[in-house]
Design a protein around this ligand. Structure first.
Ligand SMILES: Nc1nc2c(c(=O)[nH]1)N[C@H]1C(S)=C(S)[C@@H](COP(=O)(O)OP(=O)(O)OC[C@H]3O[C@@H](n4cnc5c(N)ncnc54)[C@H](O)[C@@H]3O)O[C@H]1N2
Ligand code: MOO
Length: 408
């Protein structure tokens, strides 16, 4: 049985970035650009006012009184030079008129007819935003490989872009297997249960930035498993759950092989998730995840999510790991490394973690209650108070809340 790390290496080295496509800037959030973006002009394009106030020429002696000779809102320009001793009433963002070099905010003056009086001395150059002070023409503003966040979206627009080349979204087909499965919304029926994996996995695909294609449920026959897998081969990768262990009706591996696919590995030394198989079929990676709901989601986290991110051009593909103080004794009496679901909290600079309780792979609540995974070595015990590494599945717990002090 191969280790988690060996299995990850095998998978990730076979995932190559997808093609790029031209996308409107407004649709680019969280996607990766394959190319450098250079500023086509200075930003800002001209010296301009940072305040609503008065623009004037600063002179060595403090000008106490200036004559207002014009008004300049943002969006307009003044071409004639403003003589010394005069001031232009200027709005934030308007270009500094020729002859002026300083702005005094409206709060710092007294007005009397067409005269403006400075209440106190003003420094030369005050409240002027210089041409190119944000970005200079020709500079690489967004390097290749960047993930577009809201600031990059704004910057691209400021640089005049309306569309750009981005790695394509990975299309991920999702197939559930098992005669016992019912579609969500079906009434309870003896021996049956609702297919939750298709939807938890689809949500994980969306969270990773991919596009899920839910194929539905394949009954436990070789023929139907083959047909449904074939239906998923239009996608960039296929994620199957269930039917991958040693049961009499576990047909997933056999179906992949019957269709001409190659199983690259089966069984990873981990709990949950041991029966995971990774295969290639017609150039498509196939992740055959164990059916237990927790095993399916945890193995998605370790293998599928990073693969989706790599396919979409991301360079950082693994979840963050933090050191946390264990709040209770935790043992792994088994023979496989155990990925224990934990509840992580933060106290200043310190992280703390406790387990979510019963760790059965069928108990989805062991994931809903938690936000992290800590790996316990086989036959080992970690005492309360010891430091453990925890992979953070989300970081919502670090957000400020309405009930916290200091939040209005
Ligand atoms: N003799 C052995 N039996 C089992 C072994 C083993 O090594 N030897 N491994 C166990 C482990 S570990 C796991 S995990 C499971 C995985 O088995 P399969 O991948 O074949 O999954 P299924 O048997 O089809 O289902 C397991 C479990 O999960 C439920 N399930 C399946 N699909 C869904 C779904 N879409 N939504 C919700 N729940 C689902 C299913 O009803 C079963 O309860 O095998 C162990 N057995
Ligand atoms: O993958 Mo299984 O869920 O280890 O029990």
């Amino acid at each position: 049985m191969i280790s988690i790390e060996q299995a990850q290496r095998t998978v990730f080295e076979q995932i190559v970035p997808l093609e790029t496509e031209n996308v409107p800037v407004s649709q680019g959030l969280n996607r990766v650009t394959p190319e450098n973006h250079l500023a086509p002009w200075d930003i800002p394009a001209a010296d301009n006012s940072a305040m609503d106030g008065f623009a004037f020429r600063h002179q060595s002696a403090d000008p106490v009184e200036l004559k207002i000779t014009g008004f300049l809102p943002a969006g307009e320009v003044i071409n004639d030079s403003v003589p010394a001793g005069c001031a232009i009433r200027i709005m934030t963002g308007a270009p500094i008129p020729p002859g002026c070099d300083t702005v005094v905010p409206i709060e710092d003056v007294e007005l009397q007819g067409d005269l403006v009086r400075l209440k106190s001395p003003v420094k030369a150059g005050n409240h002027v935003r210089r041409r190119g002070e944000d970005i200079a023409c020709g500079n690489v503003v967004i390097p290749a490989g960047s993930v577009l966040r809201p600031p990059e979206i704004g910057m691209l627009c400021a640089m005049g872009k309306t569309s750009l080349s981005l790695y394509r979204k990975a299309r991920v087909a999702i197939l559930a297997t098992g005669d016992e499965l019912l579609e969500p919304g079906s009434p309870p029926s003896p021996g049956k249960l609702i297919d939750s994996n298709s939807y938890s996995l689809a949500a994980q695909v969306v969270e990773a930035g991919g596009e899920p294609i839910v194929l539905g449920i394949a009954a436990d026959t070789l023929e139907e498993t083959c047909d449904k897998i074939k239906a998923g081969l239009d996608a960039d990768m296929l994620v199957v759950s269930g039917g991958v262990s040693v049961g009499d009706r576990d047909y997933v591996k056999a179906a992949i092989e019957r269709l001409g696919g190659e199983i690259q590995f089966w069984k990873v030394n981990m709990k949950p998730g041991k029966p995971l198989a990774f295969a290639h079929l017609k150039g498509r990676p196939i992740f055959a995840l164990p059916g237990n709901p927790v095993a399916a989601m945890v193995s998605f986290e370790l293998f599928v999510r990073p693969s989706i991110l790599k396919a979409m051009g991301h360079r950082r593909i693994l979840r963050p790991v933090v050191n946390a103080l264990l709040q209770e004794r935790a043992s792994n009496n088994g023979e496989r490394p155990h990925l224990v679901r934990g509840i992580v909290s933060r106290h200043g600079e310190r992280y703390e973690v406790s387990t979510t309780g019963n760790q059965s792979s069928g108990r989805l609540s062991s994931l809903t209650l938690g936000n992290g995974l800590m790996k316990l070595a086989p036959q080992s015990t970690q005492e309360a108070g010891s430091e453990v590494e925890v992979m953070l599945l989300d970081r919502w717990f670090e957000q400020g809340g309405l009930e916290d002090d200091g939040v209005a």
